[in-house]
Structure formats: C-alpha cells, structure tokens
Design a binder for this molecule. Structure first.
Ligand SMILES: [Zn+2]
Length: 56
C-alpha cells in the first residue's frame, strides 16, 4: 500500500457491495482528488429505491 488517495478510493470501491443486488461499484474522479462512487443498481433494487426516496 502506497498511501496514494487513488489507491484508498479504489479499495473503497472494490469493497462496496449492495445488499440487494449485484451492483457494480466504480469510482469516478470528478476533480483531482475528488471521487464519486457510482453504483450500478438493478432498476428494481430496493436499496436504490430507498436512496432515491431519501434524495427528495
Ligand atoms: Zn442495489
């Protein structure tokens, strides 16, 4: 482990698992050293529905 922020971010992404579907998680660097975790949930995933409900 080198301690690079990108390495830490990759470790977080690879460790993320949706409890309700087999979502793939991937990190996107939106700005230098600023990462967003994109999770590709199934359309019917209850976790996704809950997340979207909370956002409103
Ligand atoms: Zn999901």
């Amino acid at each position: 482990m080198t301690g690079e922020p990108a390495d830490l971010a990759a470790a977080v992404a690879s460790g993320y698992r949706c409890p309700d579907c087999d979502a793939d998680a991937a990190l996107r660097e939106v700005r230098p050293l600023v990462y967003v975790l994109d999770v590709a949930h199934d359309d019917t995933c209850p976790t996704l529905a809950r997340l979207e409900g909370d956002a409103r």
